[in-house]
Design a protein around this ligand. Structure first.
Ligand SMILES: Nc1ncnc2c1ncn2[C@@H]1O[C@H](COP(=O)(O)OP(=O)(O)OP(=O)(O)O)[C@@H](O)[C@H]1O
Length: 351
């Protein structure tokens, strides 16, 4: 539904150049919720602004719903008619809601319809329908200043849906909200995604957002996408940074971890059916090895149950090829805990 190819954005200001996007290839499938995460300055906002051509990319292409937006003329507010039409099919939700305080809730939702030239009666009907969809039917005549943050964001979402978009872009839509309100706004986005078949591309710095609503995710660093995929594929990818951040393991290894002469510490990820099978006790019985469990956690990610466990086996990693092969054959992801253990210790035990 959204494909960017070689997307590059270089800002030039006061003789300085900043490369905010450095050849981003991203593919968001129709009907999925796709989360882009990364530190401040990684290029997330630039990406989202280039996807709807609020910012014109320096090079590369953006195709949304089969249409190459980069081939259409104009930029920002000076977009040509064709680009404006294509953009009206892309809804946008902002961190600080961007509501007009001089208009009622209904007036705010009607605004994009006015711009599209929809007649008054039809505008009012559509705005009320959208307010019903986001659970604000009773607030049509309220003023934005009277609303809570969560309600304001619901108005922002209703307004974003006014042009019947197929794609919704969300720029840190829940960052200004408390955890409970965040949850209800994310639930709303998930419902709209399912009910309307809406494709959602969201950017966030909160891994919990990805965990709660995203089918797929990408990690950005220095203007590049360094990892991307479905959340379940990422969780099954040994060494995935996103998987580690989505699902940090609470337990710690005894010292620097990993593989040494005497023992092997590995992180095991269980998904789907394997979460309910007693594979560790079978491993222990079948191969007569003592397995020590150093840490374990279960969670629901993208609506699916996932488990992680850090275990210790006697002997070196190479000596454990058969038991590790047994776990992998049964669909588990197994990786040496060396780097993970060190990272965990640095965070948990800042001596
Ligand atoms: N209009 C601009 N002019 C010049 N440089 C810019 C502009 N917008 C962004 N940048 C720079 O581009 C880089 C990427 O910024 P961007 O806002 O896309 O990152 P981000 O990941 O969204 O960060 P944040 O979460 O802090 O918004 C940064 O170095 C930023 O300073």
């Amino acid at each position: 539904m959204i494909t960017t190819t070689g997307l590059t954005k270089v800002y030039r200001s006061r003789g300085r150049e900043v490369t905010a996007l450095d050849g981003v290839d991203l593919h968001v499938r129709e009907g999925e919720v796709f989360g882009v995460v990364g530190r401040s300055g990684a290029g997330k906002s630039s990406l989202i602004r280039c996807v709807n051509l609020l910012e014109r990319p320096t090079s590369g292409s953006v195709v949304v719903d089969g249409r190459d937006l980069t081939a259409l003329a104009g930029r920002g507010p000076r977009a040509g008619a064709e680009l404006r039409r294509a953009r009206s099919r892309i809804g946008m939700v902002f961190q600080h809601f961007n509501l007009l305080s001089s208009r009622t809730v209904q007036g705010n939702v009607e605004l994009p319809l006015e711009i599209l030239g929809v007649p008054g009666r039809e505008r009012a009907r559509k705005a009320r329908e959208l307010l019903g969809l986001v659970g604000l039917a009773d607030h049509a005549r309220s003023w934005p200043a009277r609303l809570s943050g969560g309600q304001k964001q619901r108005v922002g979402i209703a307004r974003a849906l006014a042009g019947d978009p197929k794609v919704l872009l969300s720029d840190e839509a829940t960052s200004a909200l408390d955890p409970e309100t965040t949850r209800s706004v994310l639930d709303l986005l998930r419902d709209l995604n399912r009910q309307l078949g809406l494709t959602v591309l969201l950017i966030t710095h909160e891994m919990d957002v990805v965990k709660t609503v995203c089918d797929s995710a990408a990690l950005m660093r220095d203007g590049k996408v360094v990892e991307s995929g479905t959340v379940s594929d990422l969780l099954a990818t040994p060494g995935s940074e996103l998987a580690r951040e989505l699902f940090p393991l609470g337990g710690r290894s005894r010292d620097r971890g990993g593989a040494d002469e005497e023992r092997t510490v590995v992180d095991v990820t269980f998904h789907g059916e394997s979460t309910t099978r007693p594979l560790i006790s079978r491993l222990s019985r079948t191969y007569g090895v003592d397995v020590s469990i150093l840490g374990a956690a279960m969670d629901t990610i993208g609506g699916r149950q996932v488990g992680r466990m850090r275990i210790e086996l006697p002997g070196r990693f190479e000596d454990n090829a058969v038991p590790i092969g047994f776990l992998r054959e049964h669909g588990l992801t197994v990786e040496a805990a060396e780097t993970v253990a060190e990272a965990t210790e640095t965070v948990k035990d800042p001596r």
